[in-house]
Design a protein around this ligand. Structure first.
Ligand SMILES: [Zn+2]
Length: 145
């Protein structure tokens, strides 16, 4: 074998080893993700879950939490704010309530077929509901109470 061919062969070997390492790393990450998911599923089934467990199973729940936190930041110190308008979607938030989106992601009423059994429960719904709703600021001068 000439020198150029040998060099090419050893470069190919290096590339193959790198690809194999990358595959192992990806498999490790996937296995770890699966493990976290299984743990979160058990936590929900055994009714000892945290909001983070729910997010592990349905990442979109974090967006709802982020929206509640954003509302607190933008309206929490204003003279007038209404957590219920933001939650149920009326007034300035007509059609954009957080609760409506929550209903799609967790609970028995979810219309999405991809919601898996541990999330399709009133336990998961109540946990998500309470966790997110309590991050909203208290109503003030809104007249809804
Ligand atoms: Zn209000």
């Amino acid at each position: 074998m000439n020198e150029a061919k040998q060099t090419k062969r050893s470069q190919e070997k290096v590339i193959l080893v790198c690809v194999a390492d990358l595959d192992l790393e990806l498999m490790d990450r996937a296995a770890n993700k699966l493990k976290l998911r299984r743990e979160a599923e058990s936590a929900v089934r055994e009714q000892r879950a945290t909001f983070d467990d729910l997010v592990t199973l349905e990442p979109a729940l974090q967006w709802l939490m982020d929206d509640a936190v954003a509302y607190r930041k933008s309206h929490g110190k204003k003279n007038r704010c209404c957590a219920n308008a933001r939650w149920y979607g009326y007034g300035d938030w007509k059609g954009r309530g957080i609760k409506e989106r929550l209903l799609e992601l967790v609970g028995n009423a979810s219309s999405r077929r991809i919601v898996k059994p541990p999330l399709r429960s009133s336990y998961a719904y109540d946990l998500a509901y309470d966790s997110i709703y309590r991050r909203l600021p208290n109503c003030r001068n809104c007249g809804c109470l």
